[in-house]
Structure formats: structure tokens, C-alpha cells
Design a protein around this ligand. Structure first.
Ligand code: HEM
Length: 177
């Protein structure tokens, strides 16, 4: 499966193209600046993971996160946001040269339903965020970035080799949400 075919699958599943998703990472001023720099990245991840870890109505979704602590998940995510949205390469400093976003997710049994649920929480977090809530252009760009990337992760996970995987949860191993 070529990269282009995976991009087409992600577009079909999520309705957003790779090109549309790139806007969030190429804005001037950067999304990192618009979001309020490192503190703003941290705020977004905290708002997001507060929602995820309180989501007792969707236990099937919460279970995907059962092998992580909330604080660790927040830290991994906000370091990645800082780096991805035009700030310092904090994620690389913690995790090494390769981001491997697909490989880091492929063991969790994530399907397109989980991708939609993830994006729903992220959209709500963005609406609550002190810098982003009144910045419609940033909100639109972030939605496109997250919608595309979430569905790309799902589409590409099927094609990872075993040596490209890391992380995962023991709950209902093998089941795709
Ligand atoms: C498709 C739905 C998704 C689900 C169900 C999901 C679930 C998870 C889980 C369970 C973890 C492990 C938590 C931890 O301990 O760090 C994780 C990590 C992470 N996720 Fe996601 N995720 C999804 C989509 C995304 C998207 C769209 C992004 C970014 C655009 C993202 C970025 C990250 C990052 C940076 C980490 C940390 C990985 C590491 O350093 O080990 N995830 N995700």
C-alpha cells in the first residue's frame, strides 16, 4: 500500500485531504503562536485528556487509554503539539528522532469509530481553549489536521510491520473499536 493510497483512504474515511490537513502546520503566525506557545499546547492537551478520562459513557473508548496515566498522556501529546505546530522540537527531545505516530498507535486496536470519537473530544477541547475559542481560522485548520490525521492513523495501522509497533493495551486485545 503506497503512501498516496493511504492518504486516499484517510480522505474517504474522514472527508479531509492530506493537503487540507497541512494548513495547521504551515500558518503564519504559526499555530504554536496562536495557541499561546508551550502553555497553550499544554492547555489543549489537558482539556482534551480531561474529557477522555471523564468519558465514562463510552467505556469502550476509555479502555483504549487503560495502559496510560493521564499526566503521561498529556505530556506526550503537548510536546508533540509544540513541535508539530511550529514550536521547539520538544517531542523529539523526549522520544528521539522519529515521530512514528502510526506505529505508536497501531497496537491499540483503533478503528474509524474511535477516530471520530477522539476528534469529537478534541473539537470540544478546542472550543474551551482560552486562545483558540475565538480564532475561527485556527479552529478550522486544527479540525482539518486532526480529522485527517486520526483517520490516517487508522488507515495506516493495518499496514505496520510488527517491528514498527509500540504501546498498546491488554484490554480486549485484538478487538478493533
Ligand atoms: C484516532 C484516534 C486516536 C486514539 C484512539 C488515540 C489514542 C492514543 C493512546 C491510547 C495513546 C497512548 C497515551 C500515552 O500514554 O501517551 C496515544 C498517544 C499519542 N497520541 Fe493518540 N490517539 C488517536 C489519535 C491521535 C491523533 C490524531 C494525534 C495527533 C495528531 C495523536 C497523537 C498522539 C501522541 C503524540 C501520542 C504520544 C505517543 C507516544 O509518545 O508514545 N493521537 N494516543
Amino acid at each position: 500500500m503506497s503512501k498516496q493510497e493511504l492518504q486516499e483512504r484517510a480522505l474517504k474515511a474522514g472527508g479531509v485531504s492530506y493537503e487540507e490537513s497541512l494548513q495547521a502546520t504551515q500558518m503564519v503566525p504559526t499555530m504554536f503562536e496562536r495557541m499561546g506557545q508551550v502553555d497553550g499546547c499544554q492547555e489543549l492537551s489537558r482539556l482534551f485528556y480531561n474529557r477522555v478520562f471523564d468519558d465514562s459513557d463510552a467505556v469502550w473508548f476509555l479502555n483504549i487509554f487503560s495502559s496510560s496515566t493521564k499526566e503521561e498522556a498529556i505530556e506526550n501529546q503537548y510536546l508533540f503539539f509544540a513541535q508539530t505546530f511550529g514550536g521547539p522540537d520538544l517531542y523529539r527531545q523526549k522520544k528521539g528522532k522519529y515521530t512514528r505516530l502510526v506505529g505508536r498507535h497501531a497496537n491499540y486496536g483503533i478503528g474509524h469509530r474511535a477516530a471520530d470519537h477522539w476528534v469529537k473530544h478534541m473539537k470540544a477541547a478546542i472550543e474551551e481553549h482560552s486562545h483558540l475559542k475565538d480564532d475561527q481560522q485556527a479552529k478550522d485548520a486544527l479540525y482539518q489536521y486532526f480529522q485527517y490525521t486520526a483517520h490516517y492513523i487508522v488507515a495506516a495501522s493495518d499496514y505496520m510491520r510488527p517491528d514498527q509497533l509500540s504501546g498498546g493495551t491488554a484490554i480486549d486485545a485484538g478487538r478493533i473499536w
